[in-house]
Design a protein around this ligand. Structure first.
Ligand code: C2E
Ligand code: CA
Ligand code: CA
Length: 744
């Protein structure tokens, strides 16, 4: 459940992140492209301007060199001898960077520094241009000697106002082209020098076409520019920037006028190279984004994993029973309403069942906690396996389990739960014998819309009733249980008054010798003589008083009644026998308990040895230290101490070893289990032997038959307390019986 929602959420987050990144990337890409294209336009404009300036400087420098040469030839005899002129030019040529230098006489004869002469190397128009503009720069032309493309520069020479001719120099086109090569354009760009007619004069690399207007006429220009505009700009010496598409490739072109010949520097750059840059940048950014998302994703996955682990740990803590690994009460309650509704949908009723392992404490005490845990695990598994779909199960206490079951008919459900309990109670150790175990269940059929805790109470009441009625392992809650609550309330409301009115009566039950049946001692037992309800047995009200604490008062009342009786017997010089008085475990919390007992006994002047304090075995469990202390204190004051109800589930023989009871009273249920069960008889016999070996007397309770008495006597029990010898008797009846006896 946690896993899927966690991963769904993570998936949505990652998807959203991816969408945001994708949208961001598109925006980023558009922005970058726009920006780069603007940058490219600006830088290409700058480039043509730079090229123009550079070219201007180059030409100007070349012209200056040529002018200096011309000035040196202005002397009257410099031109007189052709041979002298050639050798002078040859010398000069070695000092400058020109390829060849020369002089063309007015008559059209041109002599070269290499000694050659050519007629009309420069046309008359060229010469006229030179005179008119003080310089001349040719378009690209072939070198007359080696045929390579060259530019020719010329400076007119005058002497005393007379035109003498022109000094000229040739320079390979390559020389200028080198200057046009710029890194800025990369290998995709071109740099040209073009004439006003669009002819390409010079080119940074081999020009793919001769005239830019040819290209312009075949191109599609961007909005706001046109081939015509380019042509006009070049013709009229204006700078400009344009974009056009030629042969499927879009380019930016920028042109800037030169100072010479009406030429322009023209830079051309394919837009694709800008897009390439943008794309490279884009991919890099995308890679960065993706790696960030990757890292974030990993982080998210890590956080989610931790969260999942934590929530599972929390879930286990809150909803899983650590012992059995199955649902606990929280989980049961969490799913209860939904499951009940689902079960009811099929038209049948639902029932809540509480299942309890009988005498589980004894299993723990006798066989150890490890085996106890195994028993619980097996019971849990077995109960859970018996469930149908939608039915619920949990362990809600040490040895208490809850079930939500479908209930088509009561009898059928009762049988089913009994069978479930029967199977779950069969615990067999590997290779060893099966433990005698049983489960009891209380069932509440959900017939009323009441809170969960009331349903639990009702199922528990049914459980208590099943426990009370021997032989039943399963009971349904009914109105009588509710009546029982009402009775309890009534008991509670009238107990104080009853104590004041003296409605609690002291009864005595003899503890007798097996052989002779003669009374050795007695146990004081309370009876409530209710004005309207008659005699109420202590099993009805003692548990209620244990719950509300009134038992403390009642025990003290019974103590005083017993002491008063012993005092009277002493005064009347009757036979004195020890009397056992029951004390609830609640007294152990009172630090002055023994002190009070002692004071009361002294107040009545009763010998301490006549009083036996009966403490039920459940007190011992978990209270060993305090118990030891109390026993020592009681012994210190001369009282004797009996462990009551031994074998009813809580006691362990180990505990007995550490605690010095004067007497151990075997529980009547413990003995009842020995009926027709040889193995149990062996256990009882072993227990008696051990108790005796520890120096305690053994009193058998609930002896009802002669056979029981014979058996108990044969295994070494000292005294018998049971209906076989006498029921608990009112004081007068007891006194009569005691008086009738002839002492041993
Ligand atoms: P307990 O201390 O184990 O007392 C023995 C109980 O066994 C008595 O029940 C007695 O009537 C019953 N009993 C004796 N012999 C036989 C027999 O042969 N067969 C059967 N079936 N029962 C026999 P009772 O008097 O109903 O008392 C029940 C329990 O109430 C006592 O069990 C004791 O735990 C408690 N109780 C009685 N009086 C007092 C009291 O004054 N103070 C306290 N704290 N608890 C008391
Ligand atoms: Ca008792
Ligand atoms: Ca008892």
């Amino acid at each position: 459940m946690y896993k899927t929602t966690g991963f769904k959420r993570a998936f949505v987050v990652v998807l959203l992140a991816a969408l945001i990144v994708a949208a961001g990337s598109v925006l980023y890409w558009r922005q970058v492209t726009r920006r780069l294209s603007a940058d490219a336009r600006a830088s290409i404009a700058e480039l043509s301007r730079e090229s123009a300036a550079h070219f201007n400087r180059l030409i100007s420098a070349q012209l200056q060199v040529l002018t200096a040469l011309a000035v040196s030839l202005e002397t009257p005899d410099a031109l007189a001898s052709q041979n002298k002129l050639i050798s002078y030019l040859n010398r000069q040529n070695k000092r400058n960077s020109f390829d060849l230098t020369g002089f063309q006489y007015k008559n059209g004869l041109a002599v070269f520094s290499n000694g050659a002469s050519v007629r009309d190397f420069l046309s008359s128009q060229d010469v006229a241009f030179a005179y008119e503009h003080s310089h001349f720069i040719s378009a690209l032309r072939k070198d007359p000697f080696d045929g390579k493309p060259v530019l020719v520069l010329a400076i007119p020479l005058r002497a005393e106002g007379k035109k003498l001719g022109v000094v000229f120099a040739t320079q390979p086109a390559q020389f200028y082209a080198e200057a046009l090569k710029t890194n800025l354009l990369g290998k995709n760009g071109f740099e040209f020098i073009v004439s006003s007619k669009g002819e390409i004069v010079l080119s940074s690399s081999e020009a793919p076409y001769a005239n830019v207007f040819d290209v312009a006429s075949k191109s599609r220009f961007d909005a706001g520019t046109s081939a015509l505009r380019l042509r006009r700009d070049l013709e009229e010496g204006r700078d400009g920037l344009t974009g056009y598409e030629f042969e499927g490739c879009h380019r930016f072109a920028s042109y800037y006028p030169l100072a010479y010949n009406g030429w322009h520097a023209l830079s051309v750059l394919p837009t694709a190279s800008v897009a390439d840059k943008a794309q490279t940048l884009m991919w890099m950014s995308l890679a960065l984004c993706l790696s960030i998302i990757g890292v974030l994703g990993l982080l998210l996955a890590f956080i989610l994993r931790m969260q999942y682990k934590n929530s599972r740990a929390l879930y286990r803590l809150g909803f899983v029973d650590p012992l059995t690994g199955k649902d606990n009460l929280n989980a049961f309650r969490f799913h209860f309403a939904e499951a009940a509704a689902a079960l009811k949908e099929h038209g049948a009723e639902c029932a809540l069942a509480v299942v309890n392992v009988n005498r589980f404490k004894a299993v723990n005490d006798i066989y150890g906690f490890e085996l106890g845990d195994q028993v619980l695990k097996q019971v849990a598994s077995s109960l859970q396996e018996g469930l149908a779909e939608k039915e619920l199960f949990c362990r809600c206490g040490a040895d208490v389990f809850l079930l939500l079951l479908q209930c088509p008919r009561r009898e059928a459900l009762g049988k089913r739960v009994e069978a479930l309990a029967e199977r779950a109670g069969r615990f067999c150790r590997a290779g060893k014998e099966c433990l005698p175990m049983s489960l009891t269940c209380g069932i509440y059929v959900l017939d009323e819309d009441v809170p969960f805790y009331i349903m639990m109470d009702r199922a528990n009441l049914a459980l208590a009733s099943a426990k009370r009625s021997a032989g039943r392992s399963c009971a349904f809650y009914d109105e009588s249980h509710l009546r029982q609550i009402v009775t309890e309330k009534r008991i509670e409301s009238s107990m104080e008054q009853a104590l004041e009115n003296g409605d609690f009566k002291l009864y005595l039950q003899p503890k007798c010798r097996f052989k002779t049946g003669l009374i050795q001692s007695a146990e004081a037992l309370v009876r409530w003589k209710h004005p309207s309800q008659g005699l109420i047995p202590p099993d009805w009200f003692i548990p209620v008083f244990e719950k509300n604490g009134f038992v403390l008062k009642l025990d003290m009342f019974m103590l005083k009644e017993t002491l008063a009786l012993l005092k009277r017997w002493k005064e009347e010089s009757r036979r004195l026998i020890p009397v056992g008085v029951n004390f609830s475990r609640l007294h152990l919390a009172d630090a002055d308990f023994v002190q009070t007992l002692s004071e009361e006994a002294d107040r009545f002047g009763v010998d301490h040895s006549l009083l036996e304090v009966e403490l039920t075995e459940s007190v011992v469990f978990g209270n060993e230290e305090r118990m030891k202390q109390v026993i020592d204190q009681l012994h210190g004051r001369g009282f004797s101490v009996a462990m009551d109800d031994f074998g009813s589930g809580y006691s362990s023989l180990n505990v007995l070893k550490n605690l010095c009871f004067d007497c151990v009273k075997l529980d009547k249920e413990f003995l009842a289990r020995g009926e027709g069960n040889p193995r149990m008889r062996q256990i009882i016999s072993g227990a008696v032997k051990m108790i005796k070996s520890l120096g305690s007397r053994v009193v058998a309770e609930g002896v009802e038959t002669r056979e029981q008495a014979e058996f108990l006597h044969s295994i070494g029990c000292d005294l018998a307390q049971g209906y076989l010898f006498s029921r608990p008797l009112p004081v007068e009846d007891f006194e009569r019986r005691l008086g009738d006896e002839t002492p041993e």
